[in-house]
Design a protein around this ligand. Sequence first.
Ligand code: GLN
Length: 297
Amino acid sequence: CKTVTTGDVATYIPQLARQDPNKWGVSICTVDGQRVSFGDSTTPFCFQSVSKAFNYAILASDIGADEVHSYVGQEPSGRFFNEICLDGNNKPHNPMVNSGAIIVTSLLKNEWQMADRFDYILNEYKKLAGDEFIGFNNATFLSERDTADRNFALAYFMKECKCFPESKQSLQDTLDFYFQLCSLEANCESLAVMAATLANGGVCPLTGVKCLANRPCRDVLSLMYSCGMYDYSGQFAFHVGLPAKSGVSGAMIVVIPNLMGICMWSPPLDKMGNTVRGVEFCKEMINKFKFHNYDTL
Ligand code: GLN
């Protein structure tokens, strides 16, 4: 997949536009803690939308799936990830699009001070990653906040439709927190461990720490399967048959339940916003190994 050179690096903020299109890393962590990495597997990148999967799983472990889903649905939207639209019940379609992810963020420990909320998520991410590298890119956060018109528009639209939980937090606080979570950093190695924790029912394979309750772990994989790859989710489920989540930094995780977590990172994106090399890698892998959900039939 290194020879694949199609796709364009995201340009809406300078911190992403400056990413080197030649960077390409893959890391694998199995549920029994075996590791292998290739290429640029220790270069930091920001989570962007990959954070949506973990934020949802952390929230659902904390307050329960039923409570979360009284605010956000489970249906693929069939629309672009930041489109201003809600489902028939006036809820965001699912937690993997921006609207749903903003609602999830607004529910995360929303009685707490902003600094404590940030620390809480940072610590949860570190637990999921078995204490491997998790960072924060302040320049990315500041840029995200500076170019946030669409996310503000989404948030105001949802406020009008009464989508938010009752709490004292301002829209600015909610969106700041959402941008901060998009600006958290990992590398292929640490993010593969986080994916392996999902593959292992919420128990980190490196530390044995139970980070997520069983049902949220199952639920986030269901949502990643149907909604994790933007408007390519249906095709990805068809061709690859595995739960996955991508982000505009070129990061992507794919989970093979009970077996392993894989992280791929390569900045050039296709028209849908998925890393070109990452998607290609998954297809090649399915050609070679019987990991597709329905391969064993
Ligand atoms: N920060 C981006 C946004 O909210 C994240 C988008 C993404 O990775 N798709 O628009």
